[in-house]
Design a protein around this ligand. Structure first.
Ligand code: FAD
Length: 489
């Protein structure tokens, strides 16, 4: 073959592989869900059910009337933000769903006091756009900024920040529309009993109307990267990250490549940088720039073992190329998510998350490796973050300083696939429990009721208080039905 022909052949092969992969990921999920407006599910696409109606939240008065209507007609109410929870937390069969995404105004902003009050359907993105010009930043949020404030505080989310703890710590107060149809102010001093129940309460105590959050300064960070083994990660984190007051944010990833499965890690730190003028870096950056190559890489990771090797190497290379780069805190908190979104028929990428005490990290991962190694579970990635101990939320997942292992699995949604997957997840939770760990509640309901009770020792209080504040069970969802009610009765 002459030089020209070889080059052409190479190009065609690359184009073919690219097109093939594009086709694999690009087919649309169209089924009854897309056609029937009353058939509803969430990000998981598991367990679709018919609901009475979905009502867009607009006005306080309208929501009060909706509560009255539901009571009159003996209907339940579920509350939805962006519906990125994955266990039927945002809907219930034959009930009314309030979609809060249109209830999203910014009500007050006091840059001097570093406080903002927003309606609960506002997203982090909307807040970032408001506060960025004032060099202010959100204290705690997820890695992506697509979620609603109401949906995030109702699960008590956490993210890359290593200093501010879980989200409950940055909530000053909120107004709650109760099952009685009354609007009450809730804070650590007013109706204080409800504060730790509603934050992390999965919409079971009422509709959060608006929220006052405390903010922090936007800062300039220098990114530093490195490799570490699972065995040495805890020491690395405690000495070089937590032990260094300039380190403000951190994530790590564990390899899922077959050649070093759950053994190697890379780390990404964000270290405060004061010697460079911040003004050059404080514009909000355009995100989602790399969707197509990222989607292709992720699709290969999803489908092939060799793809997992290639994707891990590419991911590491990309992260290491970021070493020394300067970035504002607000820009760290708007990372890409679209490339992960998947619409395959009968399959989905689902999250599960385990919280493991810092010193138990290596033995937990070693045992998790044993569970997964012989199985056919398709693990796509594991991100590790750190979250401080939280003794405030009634359903706190961090009963000590924890590493959060966020695991993304590719799963079949049919009964056989779900049954097999459930068994593996329950085994991993047993391992987490062995090391005094817990698991995250916003995801699909694979854990057993007993596992829920052991991970959340305040489960009885949560159940009793639900009955006290909402005796007729107006606010309802599948988390209540599958776990809260089951463990209370
Ligand atoms: C791709 C992806 C990435 C994620 N990353 C992270 C992460 O980095 N960190 C993390 O902690 N979590 C993460 N999660 C989980 C995510 O934070 C939660 O699912 C969160 O609830 C999503 O917000 P939402 O607006 O979609 O809430 P929804 O899923 O709509 O609602 C969640 C819960 O809040 C309740 N609720 C919503 N609004 C209100 C309201 N106004 N009043 C009362 N109750 C309300 C709902 O009833 C429901 O129980 C991730 C999930 C996905 C799918």
């Amino acid at each position: 073959m002459d030089q020209k022909l070889r080059l052409l052949w190479k190009k065609e092969t690359i184009a073919f592989v690219l097109l093939f992969t594009l086709c694999l990921w690009n087919y649309k999920y169209t089924d009854a869900l897309d056609q029937d407006p009353y058939l509803i599910t969430d990000y998981s696409r598991l367990h679709p059910v018919k609901v009475e109606k979905v009502v867009a939240g607009k006005e306080k008065e309208q929501l009060i009337q909706l509560i009255k209507e539901a009571k009159r007609k003996h209907l339940t109410i579920s509350i939805a933000g962006q519906r990125h929870s994955q266990g039927g937390h945002t809907y219930y069969k034959d009930g009314i769903v309030i979609d809060m995404t249109s209830y999203n105004k910014i009500l007050a902003f006091d840059p001097a006091k570093k406080k903002i009050t927003v309606q609960a359907g506002a997203t982090w993105k909307e807040i970032q756009e408001k506060i960025n010009p004032y060099h202010l930043s959100i204290k705690t949020m997820q890695s992506q900024n697509i979620f609603t404030v109401g949906g995030s505080i109702s699960i008590n989310a956490h993210g890359r920040d290593i200093r501010n703890g879980s989200m409950i710590k940055s909530v000053e107060s909120f107004r709650l529309l109760t099952a009685e149809g009354k609007i009450i102010q809730v804070s650590r001093t007013e109706n204080a009993d409800l504060f730790p129940l509603v934050l992390g309460g999965f919409g079971l105590y009422g509709v959060i109307l608006d929220v006052t959050l405390t903010l922090t300064d936007d800062e300039l960070y220098r990114m530093t990267t490195g490799s570490v083994s699972v065995d040495h990660y805890t020491d690395y984190f405690l000495q070089q990250v937590k032990g260094n007051p300039k380190m403000r944010m951190h994530i790590a990833r564990i390899s899922i490549a077959p050649s070093n499965f759950l053994q190697d890690m890379y780390v990404l730190n964000y270290k405060q940088e004061k010697s460079v003028p911040f003004t050059k870096y404080n514009q909000l950056e355009e995100r989602e720039k790399w969707i197509i190559p990222s989607k292709i890489g992720f699709q290969i990771n999803r489908n092939f073992d060799w793809g997992k090797e290639v994707f891990w190497k590419l991911q590491r290379k990309f992260i290491f190329s970021q070493n020394n780069k300067l970035i504002s805190r607000n820009n760290v908190m708007r990372s890409e998510s679209e490339f992960m979104e998947y619409k395959g028929i009968g399959e989905n990428d689902l999250l599960q998350e385990y919280f493991i005490p810092v010193h138990q990290f290596a033995p937990f991962v070693a045992d998790m490796r044993k569970v997964l190694k012989g199985s056919n579970v398709n693990l796509l990635n594991i991100t590790v973050r750190y979250v401080n101990k939280d003794q405030e939320a009634t359903l706190s997942y961090a009963n000590s300083d924890m590493f959060a292992l966020v695991c993304l699995f590719h799963v079949s949604l049919d009964d056989k696939g779900q049954k097999a997957f459930r068994g593996h997840i329950q085994q991993i939770i047993d391992v987490a429990e062995k090391y005094h760990g817990t698991y995250y509640l916003p995801y699909a309901p694979y854990p057993t009721v007993k596992q829920y009770q052991r991970a959340y020792p305040n489960y009885q209080r949560f159940y009793q208080k639900k009955n006290q504040y909402d005796p007729d069970h107006l606010f309802m969802n599948y988390f209540y039905q599958q776990y809260v009610k089951e463990s209370g009765s």
